[in-house]
Design a protein. Structure first.
Length: 352
């Protein structure tokens, strides 16, 4: 379909030169690759990517990494949120690093120890669950045998949002052909909800839920979006098709009943780095997966265009400032990352 905006005008007004500034080699690299369609083997692209490990943001992140490869606590990759190992690896993957960087590779290998045999990544570790058991035991609470308690806690904490985020990050970092990543993707296929989205399959809190979670859905979808066509099995393609329909039937942010009211106003905020759901992440993921010609995207596109500034940029409206190893950008200011992602999304829509 033809979307209601003039791409030529947007491109003329877009701050491409601003995005190409060498002070931010990560944004510069993705601008060259995604907006200007420069091949990866071009000297300019290669030279820019080589600059990324020495950028100020990456250096600040890496200076806090422990020698064993983790951040914060060795047995708790999930907490504190946005500072610990899981979240930091997600951020590094978005900055354009890969496993050729030794510190990045060490971090990835460390994190694989928290992946379960089924394929999902758990927010619990045996060590953390053991401490929880001892705490509850001291409170004289009725508990199952310790070994059973720990095993159940770790198993039940395999999360679809976490596994999707980690699979996507690991693929970006160069682990797409690793059997452990393939196992994670296969697990996501197996636990997909009947309505096409995802819920955390083992959480007791979700036993009565029937409607999939948007955060639990966008993360696996992004992982499949990062997967090359050669590695997408028939089951994966069918999984993606069902998931895309789940998001599209909701116009990415609206209830599929009650006159299509907005489900959650915070989803309209432009945030980065993203870990959960927002319309920009929805648009970026769905268009990357090839659903750029669906008219049900128009409502989300309209919201995105309304947020565009007169100079062609977009503002960073939300970010976990002060909760990451280092801030990526300043909230309330023009954002190179949001602008880059918005433009590449709009570019895909014009090519549909």
């Amino acid at each position: 379909m033809r979307f209601m905006f003039d791409w030529s005008k947007i491109l003329q007004e877009s701050p491409i030169e601003w995005l190409l500034e060498k002070s931010n080699p990560s944004v510069r690299y993705f601008t060259l690759r995604d907006l200007l369609a420069k091949p990866e083997d071009k000297n300019e692209v290669l030279a820019t990517r080589k600059m990324i490990p020495d950028s100020s943001i990456v250096k600040k992140i890496m200076q806090n990494q422990k020698s064993q490869g983790y951040w914060e606590e060795p047995d708790n990759p999930y907490l504190p949120k946005y500072k610990s190992s899981y979240w930091t690896i997600m951020i590094l993957s978005r900055l354009g690093l890969d496993r050729s960087n030794e510190k990045t590779a060490n971090a990835c290998e460390y994190i694989f120890r928290f992946q379960q045999a089924e394929g999902g990544f758990s927010s619990e570790s045996p060590e953390k669950a053991s401490k929880e058991y001892e705490y509850r035991h001291k409170k004289r609470r009725t508990l199952p045998p310790k070994k059973e308690f720990i095993s159940s806690a770790v198993h039940d904490s395999q999360l679809t949002c976490l596994t999707g985020n980690m699979a996507a990050a690991l693929i970006r970092l160069g682990y797409e052909d690793d059997h452990r990543v393939k196992n994670a993707l296969q697990w996501l296929v197996r636990v997909q909800n009947k309505d096409g989205g995802w819920l955390c399959p083992y959480w007791k809190a979700h036993l009565r839920d029937k409607h999939a979670c948007f955060m639990g859905t966008i993360c696996p979808m992004e992982a499949f979006g990062e997967t090359s066509i050669k590695n997408l099995t028939r089951d994966m393609k069918e999984t993606v098709s069902r998931a895309a329909e789940f998001l599209l039937m909701h116009r990415l942010f609206k209830a599929d009943h009650h006159n299509y009211g907005i489900i959650n106003k915070s989803w309209l905020e432009l945030s980065y780095p993203w870990f959960g759901y927002s319309i920009l992440r929805g648009l970026d993921t769905v268009t990357k997966l090839g659903y750029s010609d669906d008219k049900r995207l128009q409502d989300a596109v309209d919201v995105l265009l309304q947020k565009r500034q007169n100079n062609g940029s977009w503002i960073l409206e939300n970010s976990p400032e002060g909760r990451m190893q280092t801030n990526i950008e300043k909230k309330g200011q023009p954002s190179k990352w949001i602008t880059l992602i918005a433009l590449r999304t709009l570019k895909r829509l014009t090519m549909s």
